[in-house]
Design a protein around this ligand. Sequence first.
Ligand code: GRF
Length: 199
Amino acid sequence: MKRLAVLVSGGGSNLQALIDAIQSGEISAKIELVISNREQAYGLTRAAQNGIATHYLGIKNYPDSNARAEKLNTLLAAHQIDYVVLAGYLSILKPETIRQYEGRIVNIHPSLIPKYCGEGFYGHHVHEAVLANGESESGATTHFVDEGVDTGKIIYQERVPVLKGDTVETLSARVLTVEHQLIVRTVRDLCSGSVKTSE
Ligand code: GRF
């Protein structure tokens, strides 16, 4: 059984999709811990409600980013983590962590990479840019994490139409729905070995 760590910064709906897919048996894995850089992240509450160990790892308890990265690596090692899943995690991992878990860290991004990704493109900023550019479609992407921002090898993508009259709220809701399907498919296939790590 693969051991997962899930990193969140916000509501944790992608985390919830993983929790539900593990409970339904679609994913053969165990979430060993959930870590957030935001103390009030609802994702931590979702984890606690499902009996998963939680950790706040942020500027309040680890003001020094190197100490924070060290603590993260210690936690991952202590829990013998196989795969790290960035599910709405808005902090950049340090190179040491990426190297230590090379090919075993995946991220979900709410656009069709290489469009609308990289520095500054996260959450509502992505959907605002998609609408501002009059795109006819958007979507979500899962990818391995390398030392760039959203530059790692793409695993899966799912497209959604941009509809007339769409707002940031309606478009992000439509994209979030496919994010949930995509993150479950990605983690399921990673844990079953049908998606090879990018090593
Ligand atoms: C998602 O669109 C995710 O891609 C982005 O943050 C949004 C919230 O995700 N990074 P969640 O509900 O916290 O999983």
